[in-house]
Design a protein around this ligand. Sequence first.
Ligand code: GZL
Length: 367
Amino acid sequence: MQRNRTHRPQLLARPVVVALAAAVALTATACAKSEDDAAADQQPSATATADTEQKVLDPKPGSENCTIDAYGGQKTDLANATVGFSQSEKEANPFRIAETQSIKDEAKKRGVKLLTANAQSQFSKQISDVQDLLAKGADLLVIAPLNSDGWDPVLKAAAAKKVPIVTIDRKINAEACKDYVSFIASDFVEQGRRAADQMIEATGGKGEVAILLGSAGNNVTTERTQGFKERIAEKAPDLKVVFEQTGDFAREKGQQVTEQLIQSQPGIKGIYAENDEMGLGAVAALKGAGKKPGDVKIVTVDGTRNAVQGIVDGWISGVIESNPRFGPLAFQTLDTFTQGEAVPQDVIIEDGAYTADNAEQDLGKAY
Ligand code: GZL
């Protein structure tokens, strides 16, 4: 369930926070919501942008908990520990820049020693990066995975040293509370649904649209595509997806694919780009083809400054945020867990959204 709150209660004492969050989750699932209420819950206000300092561990509905007793390992004081952070993609994409900065800021705020590594978008390097972090003495790991599969060597090495792992952003196909403690991420299917809502709004629900797919081999691409197609089918059957091709989450590839698209589908009405970098590449291609702002409706996902500026300039119709500011939640999870308290196995980070209604006033919240 996607809820957008721009403000949160101050962080309460840990056990109360986790209990409160769990109580809210239970109440939300237990109470009988009317169809309208449930639907209303699903329609976040277009002007809401996420609270950048989310600290409450919002459990994904149905999430189980994990404790250090169940996982194995020793209670420890996070302040005396060394945390290793493995970033997946090169710091060229503002999403990755903001994500890494958030981890570094929170470590500094808490006085925790942080070791970092960047795999430069090469999965084999990410595996060796994590092994290096373990060799350098990381007591805990935070991993932003590039791919969902292929993690066994790392999981075995971390388990052998009883080093707990928290994964952020993309999911690894492994067992929660056994191979890793918690998975903290956006609801990517919901992001796809919300992007579809914005595309339906922008196109009037009729015509042909294209999807610039993210890179293969991760749940983000799969789930953003799933949510978008589900919602289109549910709410705008006259909106037809006639083109799908990966732009690898990269601006130049997004531009190349869009150049091919407007050659092969000159009547295309909308483009759903599964991240802002590809969306900005699409804008460059449209400009190069002599199109005007708004000729083709573009909806993207991330919430980067340039994409939100694209809304102000009329080139982009809407941006669904994919909140990269995992630092507070990742360290809150590590802190609560190492104190011996329960943490949710699945934690949701909340996303905002930008449209013509709020892009100008909220541009400063984009990253
Ligand atoms: C989503 C993240 C995606 C971003 C892209 O949480 O995995 O990877 O949307 C990035 O910008 O490449």
